[in-house]
Design a protein around this ligand. Structure first.
Ligand code: SF4
Length: 385
């Protein structure tokens, strides 16, 4: 049976962070309750899509899944286990925020079969946390981390951001060191991007915040490289570092052409050569009747967007996502997927970037070098059909 991944979106947060452009908002108990009922009905109604698949990973993300009562997470887990063929060793992750996760919640997650916790810390510096608009402290994170370890979680990720307004290479180094000293198994480090429509965008325009200088960002990247290597975490994707065996299987699946179904507001699915985008508007999503989904003659009406992926699109996505991984693209896998040789399609551009030291080839894998990853977007634009 082929592998399939499941993603479940919980769009609720205590408060909106200053940099956030995700589909997330505050909601009361009643709204959460109604949303979960809709979500459960979607999960059940789409089970037939997964008839020929086994579920290799599940990811409960948001938003802030730990913001809602743990009984809802249990309902979701029960529904998936009852309706889908989940393999025994499936990776099952949940995102949590340090201040909304309690001992009761962490234990309940663990007992429901969740085996990977992703904690959104972002920084250990209290001023930087305030600037970001985070609602937790570094101490909240330490409590959450200790609870997770004592509850039995062995696979824990910590999310960090660099390039925060007011952040210096020294303060970033301190954050990274404090986290790595915990013997953390996985770390995701994202460069802050100021997105349209966020408070940061306005604050930047009004000169209320100042971003670190380009040189300082480069220094932070250098610190990341040195410290992660020192603590023996491998960079396996542009923004992700893990101890051997702790690479996030769910994300590796996204970058390796594994199909997935996303449930909930604004979620995306990729299955049977088609991409589906769930409703982004909350009321639109809530007005759907999923009990009639399977027999509906107009399934497209359940989505904001449906796109059939032709071979050209498929190759472009395969290359774009595959080069995010430091292992890059295996030419045999490429040939088996498309019946075309990778070198025949991209040989000229590959040679140029190999000559510049941006792309390397070892055995049957083409991958971006450290320098290549730093300018990956411009390289990728030359590797599109
Ligand atoms: S916790 Fe995450 S999803 Fe929620 S507002 Fe902050 S960044 Fe956005």
């Amino acid at each position: 049976m082929s592998n399939l991944e499941l993603y479940i979106h919980i769009p609720f947060c205590e408060k909106k962070c200053n940099y956030c452009d995700f589909v997330s908002f505050h909601a009361n108990y009643d709204v959460v309750n109604k949303y979960i009922n809709k979500l459960l009905s979607e999960i059940e109604s789409k089970k037939y899509l997964a008839n020929d698949y086994q579920i290799c990973s599940i990811y409960i993300g948001g938003g802030t899944p730990s913001f809602i009562d743990s009984k809802y997470i249990n309902f979701i887990m029960e529904s998936i286990q009852n309706n889908y063929n989940v393999v025994n060793n499936a990776e099952i992750s949940i995102e949590v925020n340090p201040n909304s996760v309690t001992e009761e919640k962490i234990k309940s997650y663990f007992n429901s079969g969740i085996n990977r916790l992703s904690i959104g810390l972002q920084s250990t510096n209290e001023d930087e946390l305030k600037t970001l608009g985070r609602v937790h402290t570094y101490n909240d994170f330490l409590n959450a981390y200790n609870l997770a370890v004592h509850s039995g979680f062995k696979n824990i990720n910590v999310d960090l951001i660099n390039g925060i307004p007011g952040q210096t290479p020294e303060s970033y180094k301190k954050t990274l060191k404090l986290v790595l000293m915990l013997n953390i198994k996985h770390i995701s480090i994202y460069n802050l991007i100021i997105e349209d429509g966020t408070p940061f965008k306005t604050m930047l325009a009004n000169n209320e915040i100042q971003l670190p200088l380009e040189n300082d960002i480069l220094l932070m990247d250098k610190i990341t490289k040195e410290l992660t290597e020192y603590y023996r975490l491998n960079r396996y994707e542009i923004s992700n570092y893990a101890k051997s065996g702790f690479e996030c299987r769910h994300n590796l699946g996204y970058w390796s052409d594994v199909p997935y179904i996303g449930f909930g507001l604004n979620s995306s699915s990729y299955i049977n050569n088609t991409r589906f985008k769930n409703k982004t508007n909350f009321n639109d999503y809530m007005s759907l009747d999923y009990t009639g989904y399977m027999i509906s003659t107009n399934q497209n009406s359940y989505y904001d967007d449906v796109k059939i992926i032709d071979t050209k699109d498929h190759i472009n996505e395969y290359v774009m996502l595959g080069f995010r991984k430091t292992s890059g693209i295996n030419v045999d896998n490429f040939y088996n997927t498309f019946n075309q040789k990778f070198d025949d399609l991209f040989g000229t551009a590959l040679k140029i970037y190999q000559g510049m030291g941006m792309i390397n080839k070892v055995n049957d894998n083409y991958f971006m070098t450290e320098n290549g990853l730093n300018i990956s977007n411009s390289i990728l634009s030359d590797l599109l059909l």
